[in-house]
Design a protein around this ligand. Structure first.
Ligand SMILES: Cc1cc2nc3c(=O)[nH]c(=O)nc-3n(C[C@H](O)[C@H](O)[C@H](O)COP(=O)(O)OP(=O)(O)OC[C@H]3O[C@@H](n4cnc5c(N)ncnc54)[C@H](O)[C@@H]3O)c2cc1C
Length: 435
């Protein structure tokens, strides 16, 4: 029997899932609905995009569909380590044994979409951009979308056999779970908010390509910059969500002053045009999500950020979202004729790792610079060094476990729970002092 699968959200997890489902056999027809316009037609400069790092977890999930990992690698830059910029030009280098891939989210999605549309025709695959999910009826198995194009065509309601909520941290599909029995949802704002930043590579020749560059100013302000394959340098500037120092900026001079005070090395690299663009870019907040269930009956599933959005501090959210897809595919193999059981097992077996990831992302990095530089980096370097010398006796460092292995997040949390609970306490005190 052909199953009609409706995927809400053409982000990394939704589009990769379409690949996995369509390659299984002729069993599934897939329709993807995305509220934004087709990213293949939106100019990069006006796209809301962020740089992503993909590690072993994401790469493993991408590698299971022929050709995808190679295509993604072709639009990524490899990074072999992080360079932590400290005061007075001093730096610390944290090397990586296994390189990660750096690319922006839009380029990842466009690559996945292009391959999908090249491979499958409209008999089995339909993609509707500019369609925002407005209403879901779990009983009737219908979902309603509003056309959000420049010349809108109104609403459309479609049936589904299986509905996938891949619609991100502010998921509309997940909202519908709130009307079902015993669904619990924890939504928390991460203490940091952010603005993206973009520099042409020629204005920042002092920054070496292939490294993740990070700076930590005072008062909870920090920044990351990476080169991308086209010679653009992009990154994120983070600041406290509450007592946000840039909230009411209205002039370029205020932006200059902010960078000179908190991130002086970046101030030296900033062209005038970027100062202006930074001023008018919206501030984004970060939601973290924990739920007790990712499925409803035999016909609805949440994946990716919709199920377990995390803070970006560890660069794991997209990797975990892609891992979800490979894991669901494995369950379809385990329960080929029992979709209800496959969905139920997804909740049972993925939840401990998803919850562990939220915890690890919130509390691996201390907000206090002292604890970060005097302890965490020393711990990471020592663990890396000892593991290299005596791999049978010393486990890899926390960051190696997260990005160079596919060991489940719950095992990693268990192994490092002492550090995580110390950081949790230290961060709570730090935030109390700030408020
Ligand atoms: C600043 C920052 C840096 C990050 N860095 C990293 C990193 O280095 N590495 C990493 O692994 N992760 C990183 N992440 C996390 C990563 O971006 C997410 O985990 C990942 O994008 C999740 O993919 P997704 O497909 O589940 O959701 P999303 O990427 O959020 O995609 C959801 C899609 O659904 C669409 N949508 C939403 N609502 C509706 C609706 N009602 N109707 C129709 N469509 C809808 C959206 O437009 C979007 O296209 C970072 C996140 C941030 C904010």
């Amino acid at each position: 029997m052909v199953k009609r699968i409706v995927i809400v959200g053409a982000g990394p997890s939704g589009v990769l899932l379409a690949h996995y489902l369509l390659r299984r056999n002729e069993q599934y027809n897939v329709e993807i609905y995305e509220r934004r316009s087709d990213p293949q037609t939106v100019p990069f400069s006006s796209a809301r995009t962020i740089p992503l790092s993909l590690n072993q977890r994401g790469m493993t999930a991408l590698s299971k569909v022929e050709g995808i990992l190679a295509a993604v690698k072709a639009v990524s830059l490899e990074s072999t380590g992080s360079l932590i910029h400290q005061k007075k030009g001093k730096t610390q280098f944290l090397p990586r044994k296994k390189p990660i891939l750096i690319l922006d989210r839009m380029r990842l999605v466009v690559t996945l979409l292009k391959m999908l549309t090249q491979q499958y025709n409209s008999d089995r695959l339909k993609i509707h951009f500019d369609h925002q999910c407005k209403q879901v009826d779990f009983e009737a198995k219908t979902v309603t979308f509003e056309n959000t194009a420049v010349n809108p065509t109104g609403e459309v309601t479609v049936d589904y056999d299986l509905l996938i909520g891949a619609d991100g941290a502010r998921s509309r599909v997940r909202e519908q779970f709130l009307s079902t029995n015993q669904f619990e949802l924890e939504k928390k704002y991460f203490p940091s908010a952010y603005k993206p930043i973009f520099l042409p590579a020629e204005s920042a020749t002092s920054l070496k390509a292939g490294y993740l560059h990070t700076w930590r100013g005072t008062d909870g302000i920090f920044a990351t910059l990476v080169h991308d394959i086209d010679g653009l340098i992009s990154g994120i500037v983070n600041f406290p969500r509450e007592n946000n120092p840039i909230l009411n900026f209205s002039t370029k001079e205020q932006v200059w002053q902010f960078f000179r005070e908190y991130l002086p090395e970046i101030a030296e690299l900033l062209p005038e045009s970027e100062v202006e663009a930074f001023l008018y870019r919206p501030i984004s907040t970060i939601l973290t999500i924990r739920c007790n269930r990712y499925h409803d009956g035999d016909s609805v599933l949440l994946i990716g950020d919709a199920a377990h959005a995390t803070s970006p501090s560890l660069g794991q959210g997209c990797n975990a979202s892609l891992e979800d897809v490979a894991f669901f595919d494995q369950l379809l193999d385990e329960y080929p004729n029992d979709i209800a059981e496959a969905l139920k097992q997804f909740t049972l077996r993925r939840k401990p790792d998803a919850h562990a990831l939220v915890e690890l992302s919130d509390y691996t990095f201390p907000l206090s610079s002292k604890l970060l530089f005097l302890e965490l980096f020393i711990r990471l370097r020592t663990a890396q060094f000892m593991h290299q010398l005596f791999p049978r006796y010393f486990s890899p460092s926390l960051s190696q476990l997260l990005s160079e292995t596919t060991i489940p997040y719950s095992e990693i949390l268990n192994f490092h729970k002492g550090w995580i609970s110390r950081v949790k306490q230290a961060n709570e005190k730090f935030l109390e002092r700030q408020s």
